[in-house]
Design a protein around this ligand. Structure first.
Ligand code: 0X9
Ligand code: ZN
Length: 308
């Protein structure tokens, strides 16, 4: 089991997934779902209770859209460890549900942030975007109201939407997962940092979807569980009102594709914001898991198998 004493590299995280698949072959299934621009394998882990039943409901979770948000990668890796290695505690979360998790979406960016202090705060992908600039914001690259608001057409900007929707292979991988799982998918959860938010659609417009009470109920469950456990306060609400309008993000895309619950979870700041010290990893990933678990329990209760 991976410790929480330091941040792991992309290779180490992929190795951990493969190790889990080898150690728990009846419960854990690792699949290579694509390649990053620079050719790194993007791998999902599907976590089950091992009963072999097909067509369960699905919770889809990812991390590492933005390279520098290291506590997101760490939290998703920790969540995988909990669900796999402490699975007796989570029987209810796995009875009628599979969890499909992609811990590192933007693998090239994540590797780049490990190179030096000068590259530590890179956000985007690593595909050249012009003669002089590199990278597209993968969370502005989805084809739902693409580049309409809160995104940039400047290839050098941090929120560059890309030359067209789905120009980035990493966004294509998430898109394809969303469509593959949409019929069974009940919650899409994408982990970012920072700001202590549980953000639900819409992110492209101020209006809320008419099912917003369901979103609020799940988000509140997560925020309340965290506050009760550690005192940390998360704000729950629509992305645009709480944070800012930003179109072309994965959360709106997944919600529109059929996931009734979709959240961006913005973890707490640390250090100068995106760089909490390694000594804070243990506390933060455990706190984050309390929220994810509570949201999962609420989703499992609200959306039983075969109940639409
Ligand atoms: O801007 C983002 O992509 C997210 N914040 S971050 O600081 N991690 O970059 C927020 C995305 C919220 N969702 C939408 N606006 N759809
Ligand atoms: Zn982010």
């Amino acid at each position: 089991r991976l410790g929480t004493e330091r941040f792991y590299t992309h290779d180490e995280i992929n190795q951990y997934l493969d190790d889990l698949a080898q150690q728990y072959p009846s419960r854990v299934f690792v699949k290579t779902v694509g390649k990053s621009y620079e050719g790194r394998w993007l791998k999902t882990i599907r976590i089950t209770n091992g009963d072999g039943r097909a067509n369960k409901n699905v919770i889809l979770m990812d991390g590492g859209f933005h390279a520098r948000e290291w506590i997101a990668h760490a939290s998703v890796v920790y969540a995988i460890g909990e669900l796999v290695e402490n699975y007796e505690e989570y029987a209810q979360l796995l009875l009628d549900y599979d969890w499909v998790v992609l811990p590192v979406v933007n693998a090239d960016g994540y590797v780049y942030t490990h190179l030096s202090a000068d590259t530590r705060f890179w956000r985007k992908t690593r595909q050249p975007s012009s003669d002089t600039c590199i990278g597209t914001d993968p969370n502005r690259n989805f084809d739902f109201h693409w580049n309409e608001t809160g995104a940039s057409s400047n290839p050098c900007a941090e929120t560059y939407a890309g030359p067209k929707a789905f120009s980035e292979p990493e966004a294509v991988v998430v898109r394809d997962l969303i469509h593959e799982l949409a019929a069974r998918g009940k919650m899409y959860l994408t982990i970012h940092s920072y700001g202590n938010y549980l953000l639900h659609p819409w992110g492209y417009v101020d209006a809320l979807p008419d099912t917003w009470p369901n979103l609020d109920e799940v988000g509140r469950a997560g925020a309340d569980a965290i506050q009760a456990a550690t005192g940390t306060v998360y704000a729950v609400g629509g992305s645009t009102a709480l944070l800012y309008a930003a179109a072309g993000a994965s959360d709106d895309y997944a919600f529109n594709a059929g996931f009734p619950i979709s959240f961006t979870m913005e973890l707490p700041a640390g250090g100068t914001g995106f760089d909490p010290p390694a000594s804070d990893i243990d506390r933060l990933v455990k706190e984050t898991w309390i929220g994810i678990e509570a949201m999962g329990r609420k989703v499992v209760e609200k959306y039983p198998l075969n109940a639409g």
